[in-house]
Ligand binder design. Structure first.
Ligand code: PMV
Length: 365
């Protein structure tokens, strides 16, 4: 599939007004995407667990207007008009305009809320932009009734990707691959696809507890972060390594080799941070408490024959990953030994989820 397939070629059957509400999750990458080229094409394939509890719910009300030269929208976040988010969303609309010409024909009132605290350091762009993408494709489906749902799902991921690369992995679940990879059938640089193989039962309902070490604004924005990979001395090796890691992880996810899962996932997290440590300008995104937590996780793992491990985003928070059968013990360990390294002792218990959900008869206000 190339991007042209997502252009609108059919005639549109305009309606006066419509409203859609979607709940879309955040995701956590196991093999990381870090480095891209225009237009939002990843330098390597990545794979993530779709989350369940960390999500955005967005309603978009569409009202037909005379065709306009600019996109007309108002943005409300958690009940209040929000001007701060508008530039990012306006930029997103510009990027997708060629694929969604109908956005010039409607005034859009966007109401959005997150299940997780804003500025918790949890990336809200993946859930936020995928929710908008789902609302837009719901409208498109009404305007072109012949569209099939497989195409609509791919297009939603395609649009979300143009807003934020990792958002392409927030439409489906429980594991989504984004980026063309020779061993993942159907994979594409343009949109995310569900991991195509049967997953070993040990990875079913996998748990992710997000330890909120630092709740401030991101120290390095994604845009700046991806740019660090241009002229980076290790970038080509890193892109190759990530693709090889996805080959290995694909086997691990099928055969349940959890020891190698732990090794690969932790190595990916540290490599992401190593890329930032060795770029120019350079950044240290971990905080002292990030390292304290990692040491504690390693100690707990060896003393308890546990399969707990960690991964990191481009920040100081720690995602603690473990199989469901360890839930009781690990939650106790987190509460007793890790919570005090978190900002205000806060952490979020999550687990793997299944992607975007349409909410009927609900409107975010
Ligand atoms: O989607 P972006 O541009 O915010 O990049 C996200 C990059 C990481 O979260 C660090 C890794 C990933 O694959 O999600």
């Amino acid at each position: 599939m190339d991007a042209h397939q997502f252009l609108v070629n059919s005639s549109l059957q305009f309606i006066e007004k419509a409203s859609f509400t979607w709940q879309t999750p955040s995701n956590i990458a196991l093999v990381k995407y870090w480095g891209k080229s225009e237009p939002q094409i990843p330098k390597n394939a990545s794979i993530s667990f779709t989350l369940n509890n960390c999500h955005t719910i967005t309603t978009i009300e569409f009202k037909k207007i005379e065709k306009s030269d600019s996109v007309q929208f108002d943005m409300f976040f958690e009940g209040k008009k929000n001007e701060d988010f508008k530039p990012k969303i306006a930029k997103f609309f510009q990027r997708i305009a060629a694929y969604c010409p109908y956005i010039f024909e409607y005034k859009m009132i966007i109401h959005s809320q997150n299940s997780f605290p804003h500025s918790s350091g949890i990336a809200s762009s993946a859930s936020g932009l995928s929710a908008i993408a789902m609302c837009l494709t719901s409208l498109e489906q009404q305007l072109i009734p012949a569209l099939n749902s497989d195409f609509v799902t791919k297009k939603a991921s395609f649009l979300a990707r143009l807003g934020s690369g990792s958002a392409s992995r927030s439409i489906e679940g429980p594991l989504v691959v984004w980026g063309n990879h020779p061993e993942i059938e159907g994979s594409s640089d343009l949109f995310g696809v569900p991991f195509p193989h049967t997953i070993h039962s040990i990875f079913e309902n996998y748990q992710d507890v997000i330890l909120l070490v630092d709740k401030g604004e991101k120290q390095v924005s994604s845009t700046v972060g991806h740019e660090l990979m241009y002229n980076h001395p290790f970038s080509e090796n890193r892109f190759q390594q990530a693709n090889e890691n996805l080959t290995k992880l694909s086997k691990i996810l099928q055969n349940g080799d959890i020891k190698n899962f732990i090794n690969l996932v932790e190595s990916e997290a540290l490599t992401l941070h190593a890329m930032m440590l060795t770029s120019n300008p350079y950044f240290i995104l971990m905080k002292p408490n990030t390292l304290e937590i990692i040491q504690k996780i390693w100690k707990y793992r060896s003393e308890n024959q546990s399969n707990i491990c960690f991964t990191l985003d481009a920040g100081a928070n720690v995602h603690v990953l473990f199989p469901e059968n360890e839930k009781q013990n690990v939650l106790q360990f987190i509460e007793n030994e890790l919570a005090n390294f978190c900002h205000k002792n806060e952490y979020i218990c999550d687990s793997v989820g299944f992607g975007a959900k349409k909410l009927e008869n609900i409107k975010v206000k």
